[in-house]
Design a protein around this ligand. Structure first.
Ligand SMILES: *Cc1c(COP(=O)(O)O)cnc(C)c1O
Length: 374
């Protein structure tokens, strides 16, 4: 089995050498003044990436844990939440909300198309009791962007709390938490930030803190409860600004990734990922592939591609992995076997990796044509 492979998946991503080194560092005590200062400094640098003057919490866990924390901390049993979007990660939001005993209301949308603000407007007229709106910024299952700013604008005008899954967007796609009025916004370290698996940063607005502390019953327990994180942040801030033990080496690795990103510059970083996406889109179209998202709604960090007629997607993905050491993502859920997904995050955005991938795909197609003829 080949151990070394480059991930061209939409997360997790292959990390760079320095991040890898930090990850292999020693376990340190996740408390003490020096630790607290470092942790809070990293929170501030992530606030820069979220483009917020508000708070950022660095939750230890996957993106889904942070989403669960947001939904359960802001809302309580039987309260209504509007979930916008038709993709797999929008469904995940609805599943989490249901598990937290919230009442999920859906926005009627078209499949494979972005949510339209008018659809949200209509849904809110129909379900006026909704207290929050949840939406996915980059629907990673199909490589599609939702107009989060416009959608949240509609919700904000009606006084709703806006909750945004920016897990596959943070750092890689323009995102303006304050300017767009996002109350709770979730990212992860191991997608567009090019960092390690294990930390989910959450941006929390003043309005969100008010909703979290409004005295109404909430669905959240103790750990996945932002009120707990706030209490530790303020009462234990100078020594242990989070509720539990933290993975110090993962935090070190994230600090390295964030440092590299800010040194490169947010705009330059995002332009680099988008250039890789453009190159892949052009190259695959030249090879005769059709892309799932039209250019105007396409994600600049993940490209979803329809399988060509008669193409065995699994065979293609296995061939890439075993013969070229390149791992591309498959379709998930209903799209399994029907599409594949190329990530442009982490090392996958390197021009050499993009070139190797396109050449490998051209070669695969040539080989399979030959197989078909024989
Ligand atoms: C990857 C992803 C998630 C899930 O993240 P985990 O860290 O695996 O929980 C959620 N939403 C979106 C949009 C994603 O791309």
């Amino acid at each position: 089995m080949r151990v070394r492979e480059v991930l061209l998946t939409p997360g997790p991503v292959t990390i760079g050498a320095e991040v890898q080194r930090a990850l292999g560092g020693p376990v340190r005590a996740s408390y003490g003044e020096d630790w607290a200062e470092r942790y809070q400094n990293l929170e501030r640098r992530l606030a820069e990436i979220f483009r917020t003057g508000g708070d950022v919490v660095l939750l230890f866990g996957p993106g889904s844990a942070a989403l669960e924390a947001c939904l359960g901390s802001a809302l309580g049993p039987n309260e209504e939440i509007l979930v916008a979007g038709a993709g797999l990660f929008a469904e995940r939001l609805a599943t989490i909300a249901t598990a937290l005993r919230l009442q999920v209301r859906a926005v009627a949308t078209e499949p494979l198309a972005p949510v339209r603000p008018e659809e949200v407007e209509l849904a809110l007229r129909r379900y006026p009791a909704c207290r929050a709106l949840a939406v996915v910024y980059h629907e990673t299952s199909i490589g599609l962007l939702n107009p989060v700013r416009e959608i949240c604008d509609v919700a904000r005008q009606r006084g709703l709390i806006t909750i945004v899954d920016a897990v596959s967007a943070l750092g890689g796609i323009p995102l303006e938490v304050d300017a767009w009025g996002l109350d709770l916004c979730v990212g992860v370290a191991n997608k567009c930030l090019g960092g390690p698996v294990g930390i989910a940063p959450v941006a929390v607005s003043g309005r969100a803190w008010e909703a979290i502390g409004d005295g109404r019953p909430k669905s959240a327990g103790w750990y996945l409860n932002l009120a707990t994180w706030r209490r530790f942040g303020s009462e234990w801030g100078s020594w242990h600004p989070h509720p539990t033990t933290m993975p110090s080496n993962v935090l070190d690795a994230l600090e390295t990734a964030v440092g590299e990103l800010l040194a490169e510059g947010m705009d330059a970083h995002q332009a680099r990922l988008a250039a890789a996406a453009a190159r892949v889109r052009r190259g695959l179209r030249e090879l005769g592939f059709e892309l799932v998202a039209p250019d105007e709604h396409a994600s600049p960090v993940t490209t979803a591609v329809w399988a060509r007629p008669g193409m065995d997607v699994n065979h293609y993905l296995t061939w890439l992995r075993e013969r070229r050491g390149l791992r591309v993502g498959g379709g998930i859920g209903q799209w399994s076997g029907r599409l594949f997904r190329v990530g442009h995050m982490g090392r996958a955005a390197e021009p050499g990796v993009v070139q190797a991938y396109l050449e490998a795909t051209a070669e695969y197609l040539k080989e399979s044509q030959k197989r078909d003829r024989d």
